[in-house]
Structure formats: C-alpha cells, structure tokens
Design a protein around this ligand. Structure first.
Ligand code: UD1
Length: 419
C-alpha cells in the first residue's frame, strides 16, 4: 500500500509554483467537443482526474495527447452515440460535463450516472432541468441517463435553484450551439466559469455576464477549435497557503491570481497569518500562533467548500474555539474523524463543526477519505509532533500535481512509502 509519510513540526520556507486549475480544465476539455478540429489547452496539470477526462474523450472518439503541459485534443473523429462507460463516469462526477456539449453537437447522449468524491447526494437534477428547458427529452433508467433532442436545442430562460458550478457550465456549453438566446439566472460565479466562457468566446460563442449571477448566451450555428491557457488553481494555492500557515515560516506562491482567493485570505488574516499579494504571487508568513475564527462555506465569492477541510485542520491548533459551517455539501466532515486520531478536539452537529483548539497534535496513521480531506490531513501532519502516515493517496493525486516534490521544495519532510 502507498502512504504519504510526513514528519511534523518543521517550518516551511521557499517558493512553490501553482499548477493550472483542475476544476477549470475539466470543463475546458469537455468544451472542445463543441467544435471539430484540434484545440490546445496550455498549463494543464498532470492529475488523475485529467487522465480520466482524457480517457472519456478518447472513448468518445477524440484524440488527446500531451506536449509538456499543453493538451492537444482533436475532436474530428468524435461520435456521440456510445454510452459513456460507468467505470469512467463513476470515477469522476465531472465526466457529466460532456453531456451538454454532446447533446448540443449530436442531439443524443447516454451516460452512466456520475460518481466522484463521497461528499453528499450530489444530484444532477439542475443540469437535467436545464436541458429539458432547452427542449431535450430526458429518460432515466437504472444507473443511466439519456437525453435527446429532435432538431436542435432551443434557447430559454433557466433559473437554477442553487448556483451549481457544473450545471452552469453544462448549460453554458449547450446554449452556445442552441437556437436563440439562453439566460441562466442564479448562475454560479466561480472564476472557473469565467475561464470556460473565455475559451467558448474564442471558439466563437456569444456569452455575456459570465462571473455574475445572470449569464446570457446567444446561440451560434458553429464553433471553431481554439487555444487557451488555464487559470491557476486557487484551491491548490489555498492549500499551500494553509500548509505554510500551519507549519509556520515564510512561503512564496508563484502563478496565483490573488483576487480569486480573497475569501480565504481574509480568513487567514483574521486568524493571524500574514498574507502579502502581488500581481501573480502571494507571500504567506506565519509564526504558527493562530486565533480562532468562524468559517461558513458558500458559493463564490463566499468561502470555498473545497478549502473547508484544510481550514478546519488549521484551526485545530488555534487558541480558542472555532466554528466551521458547511452549507454547500451535505456530508463533508469525514476528515473530522481522521483529525481526531491526531489529537484534534472537534464535535460535529449537523452542518456545523465546533473546533476547540488544542496545544499539540500528534502524528498518526490516517486515511484520505476524499481529495480535500487528504490536504487537511497533510495540514495537520505538518504541525503535529512526530510522524504521520496518510493512506488512500489516490484521492490526493486526483487534484494535487507533484505534491510530494512541491512540499519537499518548501522544506517539508515528506515522502512516499510503499509496502
Ligand atoms: C464543483 C467543483 C467541486 C466543488 C463544487 C462546489 C469541479 C469539477 N468541481 O463541483 O470541486 O466542491 O463545485 O464549489 O468544478 N446540486 C444539486 N443539483 C444539481 C447539481 C448540484 O442539488 O444538479 C448540489 C450538489 O449536491 C451540491 C451543490 O449543489 O450540494 C453544489 O454542487 P455544484 O456546484 O454543482 O458542484 P460541482 O459542479 O459538482
């Protein structure tokens, strides 16, 4: 079994370069389905989730190849008539992002129902309701969903009950090739939505308002292949900020867009961490003395749910009691149990975790229950006394490129052990 071994209690120093954003690149890959030809996406991180998306694209008939960190996707041979296989779709819920583009291009799509991290029911009803509003007929069977459209998708007014990131992306892609105008109300406003709109615009789509709660898409007849560079990963960057805040020391992050990280930076400052921002870099300085804070996850520009676990881990050693409230996902406190094994004092009641700061954590054998829970355990392990062994590394590798190398580069005593 592969484990990440972390010897805790060492301050960090040096600089780390942040990779392209996983959550931006997955919809960007799906968007290339909308045009024939070869699209090129630059700054693509080498992650297992990207590998899964590429496998799905290959299964659908596209050709994907890497040149360094540039991903070339040739969609010329793409077909829409095959059912996307369960093992790929269950591995990663973002696979579902190919549904909008396939429906718009081919008029028919059948997919196994998606899987992904085990953090709540994560239904896809908002995606499907949106496709239906655009004239698609939806059929659900045992473990699969099928959508078809007679002639072409038709633009419509769609109001999302919740600003779902994936639904906004899927509908934006489908609407780009629909007849007429689509308005998505209560749209997600995440930076990844703007990145997708930017690629779609270069491909010839007519989109206004991406990054606000109302997106207007005027459908066009055809889109063309394009080139695009992915935005930096704000969640990876945020995780390294928290690693530095937890371990203490001074760490510089290169390739970040600090504006995308304001909700986290505000909370870190409130907790007593110094964060200085440049145009595309940030410097985090911490003496490891942390004040308790209250954190509530919300859709962007609120505090990101993908940083909740790491923040909770950081607060386990604050001087007092912190409250962490999760409002985006139903079941996203699985890391609390693992953090307790390292000496953390956390009580979960419904959507809120009460974190009573302790003076010391100790190393332990723990398991990454999901991707961000894995980063939370690294946070705790960096500030714990002694050695920690973190299992289920495959979850961490879904979203953190070359994490061992990057952590070693800023002075962490970490390595992979296989037995
Ligand atoms: C994306 C991110 C994920 C992040 C999440 C919230 C990607 C690849 N993943 O996931 O890392 O944690 O945004 O910021 O970008 N919901 C419904 N019905 C739907 C769709 C969603 O009820 O049809 C609910 C979900 O169950 C969840 C909430 O809405 O409780 C947020 O989900 P959503 O914004 O769709 O997240 P994802 O796009 O899946």
């Amino acid at each position: 079994m592969r484990k990440l071994i972390v010897e805790g209690g060492r301050p960090l120093s040096g600089s780390v370069t942040i990779s392209g954003a996983k959550n931006a690149v997955l919809p960007l890959i799906a968007a290339t389905i909308l045009a024939d030809g070869t699209s090129v996406i630059h700054d693509v991180p080498h992650l297992s989730d990207v590998g899964t998306m590429n496998e799905l694209m290959k299964f659908l008939g596209a050709h994907c190849s890497f040149e360094g960190s540039s991903l070339h996707i040739d969609t010329t041979g793409l077909r829409g008539d095959k059912e996307a296989p369960g093992e790929l779709v269950r591995k990663m819920r973002a696979s579902f992002l190919v549904m909008g583009p396939l429906l718009a291009r081919r008029g028919y799509v059948r997919m196994s129902l998606p899987g992904g991290c085990a953090i709540g029911a994560r239904p896809i009803d908002l995606h499907l309701k949106g496709f239906e509003a655009m004239g698609a007929e939806i059929n659900m069977g045992r473990g699969y969903v099928e959508a078809k459209v007679r002639r072409a998708l038709k633009g419509n007014r769609i109001y999302l009950d919740f600003p779902s990131v994936g639904a906004t992306e899927n509908l934006m892609m489908a609407a780009s090739l629909a007849e007429g105008t689509t308005l998505i109300g209560n749209a997600a406003q995440e930076p990844e939505i703007i990145d997708l709109a930017n690629l779609l615009s270069v491909m010839g789509a007519r989109i206004k308002g991406a990054g606000t709660s109302i997106i207007r898409i005027e459908g066009v007849k055809q889109l063309k292949a394009a080139q695009h560079t992915v935005i930096p990963d704000r969640i990876e960057a945020g995780s390294y900020m928290i690693f530095a805040a937890a371990a203490g020391g001074t760490v510089r992050l290169n390739n970040v867009i600090p504006e995308h990280m304001q909700p986290l930076i505000a909370k870190l400052r409130e907790a007593g961490v110094k964060v200085a921002c440049g145009d595309d870099c940030a410097i985090v300085e911490s003496d490891g003395m942390l004040e308790p804070v209250a954190v509530k996850t919300l859709p962007y520009p609120g505090f990101p749910t993908d940083m909740q676990a790491q923040m909770m881990a950081l607060l386990t050693r604050a001087r007092g009691t912190s409250l962490v409230t999760e409002t985006v996902f139903e079941n996203r406190f699985m890391h609390a149990e693992e953090l307790r094994k390292m000496g953390a004092d956390i009580t979960v009641d419904g959507h809120t975790a009460t974190v009573n700061g302790v003076s010391r954590l100790h190393g332990a054998a723990v398991s990454a229950t999901d991707l961000r829970a894995g980063a939370a355990l690294i946070t705790a392990a960096l500030m714990a006394e002694g050695r920690s062994e973190i299992g289920e590394l495959q979850h961490i590798e879904r979203g953190y490129e070359r994490i061992v190398e990057k952590l070693q580069g800023i002075g962490a005593d970490v390595y992979i052990h296989e037995d």
